[in-house]
Design a protein around this ligand. Structure first.
Ligand SMILES: [Zn+2]
Length: 87
């Protein structure tokens, strides 16, 4: 598969915490860990770029979006009843 530069740039993310680039689409590190076991970045780097606290915040975002979606669906039903329901 050929990837154009724009797409590549959108996918390419940088983690300041671990001083390493990762692929934001597949959530995998692009840079390998260095060989230095005392390296403060690589020794603590997780297997995947998503950190537990980020994961939690993503889960919360999803929950809040689901609530918004639900209330939007209720609103649609209300509006439909207003338009078509009471004749
Ligand atoms: Zn390192």
């Amino acid at each position: 598969m050929k990837i154009d530069e724009k797409t590549a740039r959108e996918w390419l993310k940088y983690s300041e915490q671990y001083d390493a680039y990762y692929d934001g689409k597949t959530m995998t590190w692009i840079e390998r860990r260095c060989e230095d076991p005392s390296c403060e970045f690589c020794s603590t780097r997780p297997i995947r770029p998503v950190l537990p606290d980020q994961e939690e915040s993503l889960v919360n975002q999803i929950k809040s979006l689901e609530k918004q979606l639900q209330s939007a669906q209720y609103r649609i039903i209300e509006l439909e009843q207003q338009i078509y329901g009471s004749k």
